[in-house]
Write a new protein. Structure first.
Length: 94
């Protein structure tokens, strides 16, 4: 499994990054959303995409992480563009 050195100097495995992304998406882009949470999610995903560039390697785990990042980015962008709540998902207004 590919690893990366984290900001704190610790080694981060791809599995851990995928779990962090899933937890982050649930918290910021789950059923109840806020504009602040969506903007925060967009910035974090952009940073993760920079931290884990597509050309780094072609292992299955790496490709899965890149696909998860792309999907997350698309979900966040779509949520930011939709001004009305739809179905079970809604934007909580402050």
């Amino acid at each position: 499994m590919k690893t990366k050195i984290g900001v704190s100097g610790s080694v981060i495995g791809l599995g851990s990054v995928k779990q962090q992304l899933q937890k982050f998406m649930w918290e910021k882009v789950g059923i109840v959303r806020t504009m602040v949470g969506l903007e925060s999610a967009r910035q974090h995903i952009i940073q993760w995409q920079k931290d884990y560039p597509a050309s780094e390697t072609l292992s299955p785990a790496w490709c899965e992480l890149r696909n998860m990042l792309l999907t997350s980015c698309l979900v966040v962008e779509a949520a930011l563009k939709r001004k009305k709540s739809l179905g079970a998902h809604f934007i909580e207004r402050s």
